[in-house]
Design a protein around this ligand. Structure first.
Ligand SMILES: [Zn+2]
Ligand SMILES: [Zn+2]
Length: 199
């Protein structure tokens, strides 16, 4: 996929134009380059993201997902909720990984940008005027990697993938189908997570 195509797809997937998603897109591509990896069709790659929730620039992770093909549906991504702008990309077949993070000075500066100032005041990202957003976005797209990313050398990361579960049973509580690898046996009943541990 050409970068322009990938970027357009990522913006559509993400939902709005902003600087942080493209940071993640470029960081994901940089990590793949180190590992010599293609975008994951299935679980060839795995992302361990150190981002979390309730902080600015969480959009970074959507860029990583778009670049690497690691998605929550394929279960080849997890979040550590450390609220850091960093992630590890694992090539599951080679057992190799690379960690990429935003340079702290770059990220601190990005949080001072006019875009973030608008966001701090509560403006949704899609409402930030283009004349404020676009120069920042274009800068992220054109900056040399070494000016905003810290990229580790590749390192060993032994990987044990499990086989997926293909069998379901009916929950004795709600009657819905649940995969057999997540049921609880309780008082002679087979229960799904929702019935065994209601919210
Ligand atoms: Zn965004
Ligand atoms: Zn149930």
């Amino acid at each position: 996929m050409q970068f322009e195509q990938l970027f357009d797809m990522a913006v559509k997937f993400h939902g709005h134009r902003c600087p942080a998603m493209p940071m993640g897109l470029r960081a994901g591509l940089a990590a793949m380059k180190v590992l010599g990896a293609e975008r994951a069709q299935d679980k060839e790659l795995y992302v361990i993201s150190e981002t979390g929730k309730g902080h600015a620039a969480g959009c970074f992770l959507d860029g990583i997902m778009a670049a690497t093909g690691c998605t929550y549906g394929k279960s080849n991504i997890e979040k550590r909720y450390w609220n850091k702008m960093a992630f590890t990309l694992v090539d599951t077949r080679k057992g190799k990984a690379v960690r990429v993070s935003l340079k702290p000075e770059f990220f601190e500066q990005a949080l001072q940008s006019p875009f973030v100032q608008q966001r701090r005041k509560g403006m949704p990202p899609q409402d930030v005027p283009a004349e404020v957003l676009e120069p920042l976005l274009q800068r992220v797209l054109s900056l040399p990697e070494e000016q905003f990313l810290d990229i580790s050398d590749p390192f060993d990361f032994p990987w044990e993938g499990g086989q997926a579960c293909f069998d379901v049973v009916r929950c004795d509580g709600c009657g819905e189908a649940v995969f057999t690898n997540a049921v609880t046996e309780k008082d002679g009943k087979t229960l799904c997570g929702g019935c065994a541990r209601p919210l």
